[in-house]
Design a protein around this ligand. Structure first.
Ligand SMILES: [Zn+2]
Length: 104
């Protein structure tokens, strides 16, 4: 049985305290979206460790860029993400940090 999507969304919001992981602000549920850390097209799944809470404004700002590209361009979003996205799988966080390290 597929889990009810709105229930799943609400559980992610509650877990993240209704706080957008990119701007660090808290919102009402109808202002929030669930964002895939690793996009499905790149092998990301629907597990809780791949999902974070993002406000509509930040999700729009991020657009279709890879998360590492978005975080590289936005210092505050980068700082907030690593502060608040504490439920993301460690291997995904590790890969992100590696991606964000300056390349020689
Ligand atoms: Zn936001």
């Amino acid at each position: 049985m597929a889990e009810d999507l709105s229930l799943r969304r609400n559980r992610i919001f509650e877990r993240d305290d209704f706080r957008c992981v990119y701007c660090g602000q808290q919102f009402e549920a109808d202002e929030l979206t669930v964002d895939h850390v690793q996009p499905q097209v790149r092998g990301g799944d629907h597990s809780g460790g791949n999902l974070v809470t993002a406000c509509r404004a930040c999700n729009t700002l991020k657009g279709h860029r890879r998360l590492s590209d978005f975080l590289r361009e936005s210092g505050p979003a980068r700082q907030n993400f690593f502060t608040y996205a504490t439920h993301v799988w460690p291997r995904i966080l590790r890969a992100l940090r590696e991606d964000l390290e300056p390349k020689p």
